[in-house]
Design a binder for this molecule. Structure first.
Ligand SMILES: Cc1cc2nc3c(=O)[nH]c(=O)nc-3n(C[C@H](O)[C@H](O)[C@H](O)COP(=O)(O)OP(=O)(O)OC[C@H]3O[C@@H](n4cnc5c(N)ncnc54)[C@H](O)[C@@H]3O)c2cc1C
Length: 368
C-alpha cells in the first residue's frame, strides 16, 4: 500500500483483517498526526479534512457514486465499533442538517426526505420548531426555506480516525515504512516476479500487489508506467472560530450544519469550524476565506464577530475528465484507489471494500 491518508491506512487495515500480508509506505508514518504546520503549508487531504459524512443526503439515487456512498454509510458504524479503543477513541457524531437556500432546493429536499425516510431523512419548513428563533444565543444562519435533517449523516474526526487506524495497523502487524516511493518497477524473474518499489531511503521493497492511495501524487508514480491519470488540486481552507456564548447555547446544534455549501461544526465549549472553500490551485486566498465567512450575507452577528483563533488549508485531488474517485485495476497486481476529491473520508470504507474484492477476485494472492 502506498499512501497512509484515510484511504490508504483504512484499506491497509481492512486488507490485514482479511488475512493479507500488508506493508504500508508513507513518509509521514513516523510523524505525529496533527495540524501544527497548517498555517504555512498545505497538509495531507485527510488531516485537513472536516470528516463530514454526507452519504444519505446525496442528490442522486443510482450510479456508482450513490452505491459507494451507501456502502460506506453501511460500513461506518462497524468500522467505528472495531477501531474505537480507550487509547484512540473514535465515534460517529450525528445528525447533519442542511439548510435549503431556495424554494427549489426546499422542494428537492422534501421529495428526497419522502423517498429516504427509512435512511433517516426528514424535511422541515422554515416555520417548524426544528428551525431556530433569532432570540437564541447562537441562532443558525437563516435562508428562510427550511431544510433537511439526516439522522445518520454527520461527522467523524479525521485526526482521531488516523490515530485509531495507526494503532490498529500495529495490532494487525502491518509493516509500516516511513518513506516515499520514488519509482515502481513491473514484476520480473530477477525480483521473484514481484513488483519492486524504490524508496527515497535508498532501499527497495517487493510485493505481489501494489495499491496506490497517494491522492495528487498518484499521477507521478503512474506516468512512467504509461498510465495517465491527471488530477488537479482544489484547495480548501478551514477557519476555527471562537464564539462568545454560554456552553448550553450549542444544545440545539446538530453535529454538522450545512448552509450554502459551508459546514459549520461546533467543537469544544465555544468553538466552531467553518469550511471549506473550493479554490483552484495551491495558494490560499484571503478573499475566498472572507467570502465563506459571510455565508453569502447570511452569517448572524455572533458569527461575524467571532474571533479566528486558527486556520488551515489542504489540497483535494480532483481527477481531470473523470468522475471521482479513481478505482481501477490498471494491470495485474496494480490497483489505483485515489482521486477522492471532496469525499475521501466518507468513501474510505467503501474504497477499502472495493480493493479487498479486487484482490479476492484474482488468483494471484500469495499466502502471507
Ligand atoms: C479543507 C478540506 C476539507 C475536506 N472535508 C472533507 C469532508 O468533510 N469529508 C470528506 O469525506 N472529505 C473531505 N475532504 C476531502 C478528503 O480530505 C480527501 O478526499 C481525502 O482525505 C483523501 O484521502 P487520501 O488518503 O486519498 O489522501 P491524503 O489524505 O492526501 O493522503 C495521501 C498520502 O499519500 C502520501 N504520499 C504521497 N506521495 C507518496 C509517495 N510517493 N510515497 C509514499 N506516500 C506518498 C502522502 O504523504 C499522504 O499521507 C476535505 C479536503 C479538504 C482539503
Amino acid at each position: 500500500m502506498i499512501g497512509a491518508g484515510a484511504v490508504g491506512a483504512g484499506t491497509a487495515w481492512h486488507l490485514a483483517r482479511q488475512g493479507h500480508n500488508v506493508t504500508l509506505i508513507d513518509p509521514s508514518l513516523d510523524a505525529p498526526i496533527q495540524r501544527s504546520i497548517s498555517r504555512i503549508q498545505a497538509i495531507n487531504g485527510t488531516t485537513a479534512s472536516l470528516g463530514v459524512l454526507m452519504g444519505n443526503v446525496f442528490r442522486r439515487s443510482s450510479g456508482r457514486a450513490w452505491r459507494l456512498r451507501q456502502r460506506s454509510m453501511e460500513l461506518w458504524p462497524q468500522w467505528v465499533e472495531r477501531l474505537n479503543h480507550p487509547d484512540t477513541p473514535l465515534q460517529l457524531d450525528t445528525p447533519l442538517i442542511q439548510l435549503a437556500s431556495s424554494p427549489l432546493e426546499s422542494e428537492r429536499m422534501q421529495s428526497l426526505a419522502k423517498q429516504r425516510s427509512e435512511l433517516g431523512l426528514e424535511s422541515f419548513s422554515a416555520e417548524s420548531t426544528a428551525f431556530q428563533q433569532t432570540s437564541d444565543p447562537l441562532p443558525w444562519p437563516n435562508p428562510g426555506h427550511g431544510g433537511l435533517l439526516s439522522q445518520n449523516d454527520g461527522r467523524i474526526d479525521p485526526l482521531a480516525l488516523q490515530r485509531a487506524l495507526r494503532r490498529s495497523l500495529k495490532t494487525q502487524q502491518v509493516c509500516l515504512i516511513p518513506a516515499r516511493v520514488t519509482q515502481l518497477h513491473r514484476p520480473n524473474p530477477g525480483d521473484g516476479d514481484r513488483w519492486r518499489l524504490e524508496l527515497d531511503t535508498g532501499h527497495n521493497t517487493h510485493c505481489h500487489f501494489v495499491v496506490i492511495c497517494t491522492a495528487l501524487a498518484s499521477a507521478l508514480l503512474l506516468q512512467p508506467l504509461g498510465h495517465e491519470f491527471p488530477m488537479e488540486a482544489v484547495l480548501g481552507q478551514v477557519l476555527d472560530l471562537q464564539v462568545t456564548a454560554p456552553a448550553q447555547s450549542w444544545d440545539h446544534w446538530p453535529a454538522v450544519l450545512v448552509c450554502n455549501g459551508v459546514n459549520l461544526i461546533r467543537h469544544g465549549s465555544d468553538r466552531l469550524w467553518l469550511g471549506a472553500t473550493l479554490e483552484p490551485g495551491e495558494e490560499p486566498s484571503a478573499e475566498e476565506a472572507s467570502i465563506m465567512r459571510r455565508l453569502d450575507g447570511l452569517a448572524p452577528n455572533w458569527l461575524q464577530q467571532a474571533e479566528v483563533v486558527d486556520q488551515w488549508h489542504g489540497l483535494r485531488a480532483r481527477p481531470s475528465g473523470r468522475p471521482a474517485p479513481l478505482l481501477e485495476v490498471l494491470e495485474p497486481g496494480l490497483i489505483l484507489a485515489s482521486g477522492h476529491y471532496r469525499n475521501g473520508v466518507l468513501l474510505t470504507p467503501a474504497t477499502a471494500d472495493w480493493v479487498g474484492q479486487q484482490m479476492m477476485n484474482t488468483t494471484k494472492i500469495q499466502a502471507p
